[in-house]
Write a protein that binds this ligand. Structure first.
Ligand code: DAH
Length: 337
């Protein structure tokens, strides 16, 4: 009777506290088993040996059962602790934040690829320029009215300025790669203008300049290269149009348009209902510029062009404000993955 009760009580003890309570109840100094042993002197002498033996056997049995149960409970506790500490390999991982290329760089790389296929190498020239390279050698002596087209950031060093366009790279490329050698390069880089920042003009933006110098280069080559470029970048079958323009470093000068990529030429807000989008300035390299680069214009000729990758990206992606490009807003940048 006592034995059965003790055994079922032990089986129900699931933690250390319950075990200890059980131990005190049955095996403690005032526990029920010792109570039995203590009762022996009160029994008739004839019953004492058998009773004593039985009580001792019960004590031994309960002690052994207690040890066994205590070990099992300790093991359960350890298992629970290990499970709590362990690595749950079924938990989904945390996604790392992935970087991506800036939309301007994506467009730049597309441009590099198209011109690389036509044999144009990338040539880089400095962001900080001299007035001489940015203007004078490009056929704009001091006081030349065309300088007004490029509002300039001056430095505290006289004659040292931030380049307002990538065209000075033409002189660097000719002087470094020539003379007497044909050239086919594109010159990408950041340009800086002291301008009111608006949705359409930033004080900092990229340009990609192109320059081809050779012995028999004509305007037909310019047109062919631009047409190929426009078809690759804006999609096959683009119409191309040259409008007369003026730049001091090219003669003749043009501005190139493609039929609007959004409305196909019918007229929309993006093309301002003209059906055309201006994509670059271009022209045949002016004899003075050839000479400044070390090339004799009697033997050599060439074409040049300049375009803005941010403007191209805006047209292709329907972006209406150039300030997004360098506003460092991830909500904008993350859309171009
Ligand atoms: N440098 C001119 C600008 O910033 C763009 C340009 C026009 C570049 C005609 C050229 C060119 O090479 O031939 O507005």
């Amino acid at each position: 009777m006592l034995r059965d009760k003790a055994m079922s009580g032990l089986a129900a003890a699931g933690d250390e506290a319950a075990l200890e309570a059980w131990r005190i109840e049955y095996l403690g100094r005032k526990g029920q088993v010792l109570e039995l042993l203590r009762a022996i002197p009160d029994l008739p002498a004839a019953e004492r040996p058998a009773f004593g033996q039985a009580a001792n056997a019960l004590k031994g049995e309960l002690s052994a059962a207690f040890d066994e149960r205590a070990q099992a409970v300790a093991q359960l506790k350890l298992a629970a602790e290990l499970a709590a500490e362990g690595v749950d390999v079924t938990l989904p991982g945390r996604r790392p934040q992935l970087g991506r290329l800036h939309p301007s760089n994506q467009t730049l790389r597309e441009i590099y690829g198209i011109f690389a296929a036509m044999g144009f190498q990338v040539y880089t020239s400095p962001d900080v320029e001299t007035d001489e390279y940015n203007f004078e050698l490009l056929n704009m002596p001091p006081g030349h009215p065309a300088r007004d087209m490029w509002d300039t950031f001056y430095t505290t060093t006289p004659g040292l300025i931030m380049r307002t366009h990538t065209s000075p790279g033409q002189i660097h490329a000719m002087r470094a790669l020539g003379p007497n050698r044909p050239i086919r390069v594109i010159l990408p880089g950041m340009c800086y203008r002291y301008e009111q920042v608006t949705a359409r003009s930033e004080m900092m933006f990229h340009q990609v300049e192109g320059l081809a110098i050779g012995r028999h280069i004509t305007m037909a080559d310019l047109k062919g290269v631009i047409a190929e470029f426009a078809n690759q970048l804006y999609g096959a079958g683009r119409k191309l149009r040259f409008r007369c323009s003026h730049f001091p470093f090219t003669e003749p000068s043009v501005e190139a348009d493609v039929d609007c990529i959004l409305c196909g030429g019918k007229g929309c807000a993006v093309c301002k209902y003209t059906g055309w989008l201006e994509i670059m300035g271009a022209g045949m390299v002016h004899p003075t510029v050839l000479r400044n680069g070390g090339y004799g214009p009697a033997e050599w000729s060439g074409f040049a062009f300049g375009m803005g990758p941010e403007r191209i990206t805006m047209l292709k992606q329907g972006i209406t404000d150039i300030r997004y490009f360098f506003g460092n807003d991830l909500r904008f940048l993350e859309q171009f993955g």
